[in-house]
Design a protein around this ligand. Structure first.
Ligand code: ZN
Length: 113
């Protein structure tokens, strides 16, 4: 399961950071997940419940921020919302566009005690 390995990765990153800071527990973690990142939010939430048991994140409040996809057309410079990587420009129908946001998959912040 793709999402569970993402959660394992998140736990690893957080534990490394906390070892350096000397904090004991995480009270809150904020994740930014782009709609084009390939992550299914519901699956990620489920994986979080399972994957953080007996880790430093076990009692953390989880805040998942969804980032919508945005692209800019390379032909006419029009900016538009995209749900997948194969959305044509609504102005000129070109498929030649650059993704500006929506591929995020990152820890935005953690709150420790
Ligand atoms: Zn265009």
């Amino acid at each position: 399961m793709h999402e569970l390995s993402i959660v394992m990765n998140i736990v690893e990153i957080v534990e490394e950071n906390l070892q350096q800071s000397g904090a004991k527990a995480v009270t809150e973690i904020e994740l930014e997940i782009g709609s084009l990142s390939g992550v299914v939010i519901e699956a990620l939430e489920f994986a979080l419940e399972e994957g953080i048991k007996n880790t430093i994140l076990e009692h953390a409040r989880k805040n998942i921020i969804k980032i919508p996809g945005r692209a800019r057309c390379n032909k006419c410079s029009h900016e538009f919302d995209v749900d997948d990587l194969f959305t044509p420009c609504p102005e000129c129908s070109s498929f030649d566009s650059t993704i500006m946001q929506g591929e995020e998959l990152r820890i935005k912040s953690i709150v420790v005690e």
